[in-house]
Design a protein around this ligand. Structure first.
Ligand SMILES: [Ca+2]
Ligand SMILES: [Ca+2]
Ligand SMILES: [Ca+2]
Length: 253
């Protein structure tokens, strides 16, 4: 009786994520009588070799441009974007945690939640009311392997202006005498046109249907349409501008 051992060795680079796959099935044959092949007796068995993963792939973001848009009154904690990454490795080598690079001012306004299955959810972390226009943040995906692999990709965010503010009328005297020059000013705190554009209009509240006064739509200058009689000394007119301010115009003396 004679016993011996056969050694299985690797003859080519193995890659669990390569085209040959994650496992191999081998047939092992033991043959006697090497001198005379006609009188050979043999036995065979099979073994399966499962490749153990190493962390050799970084998480991969989608190839396409990452972009989204959201109004500047989006509530804190609302989701504005979701992203899914892939990692060709296995187990913790393929498990990903997301974060946002702290490299632009915009990164202070957003956070990313890890919701499992390598999906990240970008949420608003503080009010966007003061922002409008294009902003970029950098998303980072890191696997849990040793050593770790990370990837990053830019998310382009357009913050859309919303018409939140009515024009505010300023510098309106409560009462003016006719023939004084009266100009109405206004400001609007929205971020962009047309939300911060305004024009003036006026209607006479009392006496009704009176057409003595008008207002320049663009400059806010109040003008007199007709010759007023100084004899009507007790008549007042109330002028309403942009639904917000009342001006009483006294004519006569
Ligand atoms: Ca990996
Ligand atoms: Ca691997
Ligand atoms: Ca406005």
């Amino acid at each position: 009786m004679l016993s011996g051992a056969g050694v299985i060795f690797v003859s080519n680079q193995l890659d669990r994520e390569g085209p040959q796959g994650q496992s191999f099935m081998l047939t092992i044959v033991a043959m006697d009588n090497p001198e005379d092949t006609k009188l050979v007796r043999m036995n065979r068995t099979t073994i399966t070799i499962q490749l153990i993963d190493i962390n050799d792939n970084p998480p991969m973001f989608p190839n396409h441009l990452l972009e989204t848009r959201t109004p500047r009154d989006t509530a804190v904690n609302n989701t504005i974007f979701t992203v899914i990454v892939t990692d060709a490795d296995a187990n913790e080598n393929a498990d990903v945690t997301f974060s946002i690079a702290n490299e632009t001012n915009a990164s202070n306004y957003f956070d990313i939640l890890n919701i499992g299955n390598n999906e990240g959810r970008v949420i608003v972390s503080q009010s966007l009311l003061d922002l409008a226009g294009l902003y970029n943040i950098t998303l980072i995906a890191s696997d849990h392997g040793t050593p770790k692999f990370s990837s990053n990709k830019t998310l382009h965010i357009e913050i859309l202006d919303v018409n939140l503010n009515a024009p505010e009328i300023g510098n309106v005297p409560g009462k003016v005498k006719v023939f004084e020059i009266l100009t109405i000013n206004a400001t609007d705190n929205d971020k962009s046109s047309p939300n911060n554009k305004y024009h003036f209009s006026m209607s006479v509240i009392q006496p009704k249907n009176n057409t003595n006064f008008g207002i320049n739509k663009n400059t806010g200058e109040v003008f007199v349409n007709a010759n007023l009689s100084v004899a009507n000394i007790s008549i007042y007119e109330s002028i309403k501008v942009e639904s917000e301010r009342l001006v009483v115009i006294q004519y006569g003396n």
